[in-house]
Design a protein around this ligand. Structure first.
Ligand SMILES: [Zn+2]
Length: 315
């Protein structure tokens, strides 16, 4: 671990200098300084709180409907771990995560120390492994409680509470940017979002992306061929009838793997790769058998999986 750890006060109102230098004001993007009362922007002088060792860099104009939605989603994800009928599905979700991180490890084999940013990290404990290897791994999420758990349960050293629409991290500071299941939450502003990921990366830094695929085997009939407004109203009616604990918000919509690859090319990424993987969550075991029968084809596993997984190098 870094020598700076010993300098941290135990009351958790200070953050490590190596994290501080990676932070930026969400309003004006200037660097932040640390004082006894928390953080302050060196540009616009906006003050920011440090809560339980976590800098709170959520801008005042954050979309509160959106924030509430994400908090509900976080609660729902935690509660469903206890439902027996969810076990098959949850197994697929965790397999999907394992496959994603195996892909990251297969590419990001450089010797430490490297800097990772996991944007919209949720409760993903993968940071622990990379920190053990000597990397810096910044977890960013809009939901504070997820980060507090990550810090408490996994010892995550670098957690930042912030909004993906105004990422409070320094530009050009990261070797790797990770985004899992996030960009479909901002499906109306994909080019801006992907550009902000690019800007976080150093030249030759790599973006690792996973997202629900509009061209997934069991979702393309709805997400590609049905008009979006019709899909949204049907989806909403379905969840009302089913009295679902959580219904997808209107701003969520699966993204199109080919469109995202084309956007990344336009944004100046190169060496864009799509990876095959086997997990297919959200479907019944019966549909899953159909998927397995078809998934002998690498093409299906790459482009018609529930998720697609990409890596792309900033030129
Ligand atoms: Zn500022």
């Amino acid at each position: 671990m870094h020598g700076t750890v010993s300098l941290v006060r135990s009351d958790g109102d200070q953050i490590r200098p190596d994290l501080l230098e990676l932070l930026a004001c969400p309003k004006c993007r200037a660097a932040l300084t640390q004082g006894s009362g928390g953080l302050r922007c060196t540009g616009c002088a906006a003050p920011y709180e440090i809560k339980q060792g976590i800098p709170v860099l959520v801008p005042d104009d954050v979309n509160t409907v959106h924030l509430e939605e994400e908090q509900n989603l976080a609660l729902m994800m935690k509660s469903r771990a206890h439902h027996p009928e969810e076990q098959f599905n949850l197994g697929q979700w965790s397999l999907s995560k394992r496959e994603f991180w195996a892909m990251v490890r297969s590419v990001a084999t450089d010797s430490p120390p490297k800097r990772f940013a996991n944007i919209g990290c949720g409760f993903d404990p993968s940071c622990a492994e990379f920190e053990r290897l000597g990397h810096t791994f910044v977890n960013l999420d809009l939901v504070f409680d997820m980060l507090a758990h990550l810090k408490k349960d996994c010892g995550a050293a670098s957690c930042v509470n912030g909004d993906v629409n105004r990422i409070p991290l320094q530009t050009g500071a990261f070797d790797y940017v990770v985004s899992i299941d996030l960009i479909h939450h901002e499906c109306e502003r994909l080019p801006e979002l992907l550009a902000s990921f690019r800007d976080l990366l150093k030249p030759k830094g790599i973006l690792f992306l996973e997202d629900p695929n509009a061209w997934g085997l069991f979702q393309m009939a709805k997400s590609i061929f049905m008009p979006r407004f019709a899909y949204r109203s049907l989806r909403s009616a379905y969840h009302t009838l089913k009295r679902s604990a959580h219904r997808p918000a209107d701003y969520e919509f699966p993204t199109n793997v080919w469109r995202v690859m084309a956007m990344l090319r336009e944004l100046g990424f190169e060496d864009i790769k799509c990876y095959p993987h086997t997990a297919y969550p959200t479907v019944s075991e019966r549909s899953h058998r159909i998927y397995r029968a078809l998934s002998g084809s690498e093409y299906v596993r790459k482009y018609h999986n529930y998720h697609y997984m990409l890596s792309a190098v900033r030129s």
